[in-house]
Structures are given as C-alpha cells and as structure tokens.
Design a protein around this ligand. Structure first.
Ligand code: ASP
Ligand code: MG
Length: 451
C-alpha cells in the first residue's frame, strides 16, 4: 500500500487535476490511498469567509462557481459529485448564515469544506478514467481530540476506524480519496489538524495501514538545499534522514508540516517528497536507513518573524528551579518555545506565537527583567554529519562576520546549528551560506540532484 498526498498547488486547476489523476493511475497496482489538500487558495478564502471579511452569499457563490467550472472542464459531473457539491454548499450556508457565533468549532467545519470538495473531485475524475474510486470521509477515519483548529490525533481510535471504514474499501478494489487536514472528535464534530496539516494526515494514515511508503506531492523537486525564493540555485536533496528532515520541517522548511514525520518514524515508513508538475523527476527520500552520502550540510532553512524574549535576573545565579519557573509560564499560556540559550544570569527564548506575549511578560516580570525583540529570524543549518566537523562554527560565523547574530545553539542532536538574526538579514545570510556549502566547485553530486 502506498499513501499519496497531493498539496493544494497539485490540484489547483483542471490541468493539475488531470496530471494528478495520471500519477495516481500510474500507482494503481500498488493499492494507493489518496489524501488531498484543498485547491490552492481555498483554505485562505474559507478563513476570510469565516472571519466575515467576505460577505457570505458572495463567497459561497464564488466557491461554488470555481468548483463547478473545474468539474465541468474535467467532465466529471456524475450524480455523486453533484450531490457532494450541494452538500458542501448547504453546510457552508448553514454555518455562515444561520449561526452567528464565531466559535473555533465553526471554523473547523467551514475551513474543512475545501478538502471535502477537492477529494470528491479527484475521486470523480478517477471514476471518469475508468477506475473504481470513492471519496472516503476522513472524519470517519482520523479521530482527534476537540482542540479545534489544531486537533491532535487519537491513534488508537483512528486505527479502529481505519479497520472499519478504510480497509474494506481497499479490499473491494476501490481507490479511496480522503481529505487531508480533517478529522472528527468523539462527538462527531469536524476538526482540523492545523494549517498545512494534510501532510500529517498522510503519515497518520500511512502508519495505521502500515504503508510501504508515503508520497508527498507538491510543486517543488522534493526538499531543497534552501528556499528557492531566496536562493534560486537551490538544489533538490536525494536522501535525508528522518532527524534531518524533522529539524528542517520544524525550523521553517515549508515543504512539510512539522508533525508529519512523527508517525513515519515510529513505523519506519519512508516518506518521499515529489513534484507533481514533473512526476518523472526523482524527489527526496526521507527514511531511517543510513546513507553514506558526502557533504556536511544538507540544507539551510529559516523561520521568519520570531520573537526573542530575554529574561535576566541575578537570582538565577547558582539557583535551582529558576528555569522551571520560567518554562512553567510558557506552559501556562500554551506557548511553544523553539530556541533556548542561557548564560549565568539570563535566558533567551524564541517563540512563534505571540498571542499571549503580554501576559507572559507580566508573569516573568514578577521575578526578572524582560526584554522582547520582534522581527527576528531563526536560521537553521542541518546535516547528519555536522557533528564531525569541529571547525564548522568558526567557518559559519567567519562568513557572517558583518551580520548581527543574536542567539546561537547547536542542537542537542548535533545535527543542527541554529542562530537568530534580524529578519532583514535573511536573504544575505542564507545566500552566503548556500554559496559556501553548495555552490563551490566540489563534488556534491552524491547527495543533491544536479540538473
Ligand atoms: N488546506 C490546508 C491548509 O491550507 C491544509 C493543507 O493544505 O495541508 O492549511
Ligand atoms: Mg503543505
């Protein structure tokens, strides 16, 4: 069995959907389970609708039009498709016009419509191409808690659901197409797994059916050595370890949702990142098996717009329990921290989410001085063999000697070096490092695809 997940850009218009259909058909004999995102831009549009930035009637009409035009172009207007379109529009209308409260519960039920429609479209297009396919509702498969908009999967319950609702579909010879990003809580309410969560859906399903492989199809050649919008020369990486790819996903590489690899690691299922525009090209294989590829650094990622909080107190000197006190405050306000560096009297912490920053500051100020700096960025250099080069830190900071560097951390896994710079220095930093590690004249063919 193979799980194939297609992102929003892979299903963005009829041409893209036809391409995706061809890719799925090419895997027909491998028992594919297809997971799809909403057509690109649709989730954002639905969020604007939820927030009232677009008038409900106008928004619903536009959404219906777009999907209808796409379906017409594909020639897939069978009864099943028509039925699902009416159902989606009806749900939207009910949620947007009848209910006035803006609960997150409502948010999930509205934003999940994009995936509902795209999954139905892909299934209909597969049927049109002569294969048995059904849209298999992810709400009957992925069980989650009730943390709306950022729900966590319940693997045990999901496993039961899959035995009941997915395996029989496969046994009957159907290609199931299900919504990424979407699940349901124990009361049957629709939940979503957080933005970009379709990747996570794919590996959750993959791990629960013991798939041979999970394929993540997007519109880039796999995982790249850097963000191509900053470094156009960025190259695709052939092979990464789970830990390298996890660090990258967490520290800003946008190809994978940060939680994606966890289920795959647990079951040791390789994840392949591929390009649906050029399906013939090799992508990036992320796996647990060792690979002896040359090269110290695999990729350079960055995460913009982080906030650095520095907590200073002489009470910290020689004291125990001080760190716990600090981190308890972040826990209290459910704010994850990314990078942490310490000195004798201060701790610097970066956070992504600043929703509760004022409250955090107030609490910290009860026992320490607090300084908050916004508009910072984390740069993260990743490579399994980084730990073997003892001079690496010197090389990196020698290259960047005119850039203010705020925090430096060599991850405890020793496969990442992260540091904080100002947002405005990102392009310079990433370009300089990429030139040094990837564009010099030595042979890196071993681990990147050289075009
Ligand atoms: N459509 C959702 C989003 O835009 C989920 C996904 O694409 O993975 O966040
Ligand atoms: Mg994505």
């Amino acid at each position: 069995m193979v799980v194939m997940k297609f992102g929003g850009t892979s299903v963005k218009n009829p041409e893209a959907i036809r391409r995706v259909t061809g890719i799925i058909l090419s895997r027909k004999n491998q028992t594919p389970v297809v997971v799809v995102s909403a057509m690109s831009g649709i989730t954002n549009y639905l969020i604007s609708l939820f927030q009232g930035e677009i008038p409900a009637n106008e928004g619903i009409l536009k959404l219906k039009e777009l999907h209808r035009i796409t379906a017409d172009d594909l020639g897939i207007c069978d009864n099943k498709w028509e039925e699902s379109l009416s159902k989606a529009i009806e749900t939207l209308r009910l949620n947007l016009t009848d209910k006035k409260d803006k609960s997150t519960e409502l948010y999930d039920s509205i934003v999940s419509i994009g995936e509902y429609l795209s999954a139905n479209m892909i299934a209909a297009n597969l049927r049109k191409n002569g294969v048995s396919s059904v849209m298999t509702d992810a709400r009957n498969l992925i069980a989650t808690n009730s943390t709306f908009s950022n729900a966590a999967p319940d693997f045990e319950k999901s496993a039961e659901n899959i035995q009941k609702n997915l395996i029989p579909v496969l046994k009957n010879g159907y290609i199931p197409v299900l919504q990424g990003f979407v699940g349901a809580d124990k009361n049957g309410n629709t939940t979503t797994l957080g933005r970009g969560g379709s990747d996570y859906s794919a590996t959750i399903i993959g791990s629960l059916i013991n798939a041979e492989k999970v394929e993540i199809w997007s519109d880039v050649h796999g995982v790249l050595t850097a963000d191509p919008s900053v470094v156009p020369q960025a190259k695709s990486i052939k092979h990464m370890s789970f830990s390298e790819a996890s660090e990258l996903a967490y520290f800003g590489a946008k190809v994978l949702h940060p939680a994606t690899l966890l289920p795959a690691i647990e079951k040791d299922i390789p994840v392949e990142v591929l390009n649906s525009i050029h399906p013939e090209q090799e992508g990036t294989i992320i796996s647990g098996s060792p690979h002896s590829e040359a090269g110290l650094v695999k990729s350079i990622a960055y995460k913009e717009d982080v906030t650095v909080i520095t907590v200073t107190s002489t009470r910290m000197l020689m004291a125990y329990g001080f760190m716990a006190e600090i981190f308890n405050i972040f826990k209290k306000y459910k704010t994850p921290v990314d990078l942490v560096t310490t000195s004798e009297v201060s701790v610097s912490i970066t956070v992504d989410c600043t929703d509760n920053i004022k409250k955090i500051k107030n609490d910290l100020e009860k026992f320490a001085r607090v300084n908050i700096e916004k508009s910072k960025a984390i740069v993260c250099i990743v490579g399994d063999t980084l730990k073997s080069d003892h001079a690496i830190m010197g090389k990196i900071f020698g290259l960047l000697d005119d850039v203010p560097i705020h925090m430096v951390s060599q991850g405890s896994s020793e496969i990442n070096i992260s540091f904080v710079v100002d947002n405005c220095d990102i392009k310079k930093v990433v370009t300089t490092l990429h030139q040094y590690f990837f564009e010099r004249n030595f042979n890196r063919k071993m681990f990147v695809h050289v075009n």
